[in-house]
Ligand binder design. Structure first.
Ligand code: NAD
Length: 244
């Protein structure tokens, strides 16, 4: 129970890595506010099964103007968060010369701008309490780039910049900010990758397997818990050794 008495806000908690982090944090004793674009009514079965440990916040993170108000209300309802996981993210892949303004802008809005606005509002309360851990879900692609993903790479590289800058601003107030950089993780996001490309990718991963959502969730637990109490401003790859 490494997160006993902790309150966490997790974005993109509906499915995939965000859902797995939500389930693990609850199992470790945390009370979680899951945020996604579905309504609390859509999630009623999951919320009641969690027996008071899961609350639901509905927000479409592409609606930038709504973010501050919704997050301020969630902070008030929870009486402050100890942990924030900025996990929500999308891809809209295309070659740079074919990429539309919409494909560029939407990915930057959700993956980077929304994450920054959520972090800033949550951190404002954390610094008052002089404790907190913020975890931003970046990607190996934000460090190394990837053909066909100029928008996504830029958003994740930007998120790494936000991580280090914010970490610098809040470190002396007891708040830590770190990022995870997953490699190839099995989820809806990667489900569309053709089998041949998946095989090739697996061959170049030294651990010879793709990542599981639990691999990322356990790394998030490390940053969320006091096990990482003297670590801030860092980017931890969770990639089976893809780039060492
Ligand atoms: P996913 O598509 O399965 O889940 C993404 C979640 O974000 C969903 O719950 C979705 O509803 C939510 N979301 C998307 N747009 C939203 C919006 N506008 N408002 C509110 N919620 C929104 O993807 P995943 O693989 O679980 O990815 C989770 C995070 O991990 C993302 O930030 C992704 O970029 C990152 N990541 C994934 C991989 C991978 O290989 N799967 C690798 C590196 C980084």
């Amino acid at each position: 129970m490494r997160l006993e008495n902790k309150k966490a806000l997790i974005t993109g908690a509906l499915r995939g890595i965000g859902k797995t982090i939500t389930d693990l944090f609850i199992a470790e004793g945390a009370e979680v506010w899951g945020l996604d674009y579905k309504t609390p009514e859509d999630l009623s079965d999951r919320v009641s099964a969690a027996k008071g440990k899961l609350h639901w916040v509905q927000l479409d993170l592409s609606k930038t103007a709504e973010i501050d108000g919704v997050i301020e209300s969630a902070v008030k309802e929870a009486d402050g968060f100890d942990i924030l996981v900025n996990n929500a993210g999308i891809t809209k892949d295309n070659l740079s010369f074919r990429m539309s303004l919409e494909e560029w802008q939407k990915v930057l809005d959700i993956n980077l701008s929304a994450a920054f606005f959520v972090a800033r509002t949550v951190a404002r309360d954390m610094i008052r309490k002089r404790t907190g851990s913020i975890i931003n879900m970046a990607s190996v692609v934000g460090i190394h780039g990837n053909g066909g993903q100029a928008n996504y790479s830029a958003s994740k590289a930007g998120l790494i910049g936000v991580t280090k800058s914010l970490a610098n601003e809040v470190a002396s107030r007891g708040v830590r900010v770190n990022a995870l950089a997953p490699g190839y993780i099995e989820s809806d996001m990667t489900a569309a990758v053709p089998e041949e490309a998946r095989k090739k990718m697996t061959e170049v991963i030294p651990m010879k397997r793709t990542g599981k959502q639990e691999d990322v969730a356990r790394a998030a637990l490390f940053f969320a818990s006091d096990d990482s109490s003297y670590i801030t401003g860092q980017v931890l790859p969770v990639d089976g050794g893809m780039y060492f």
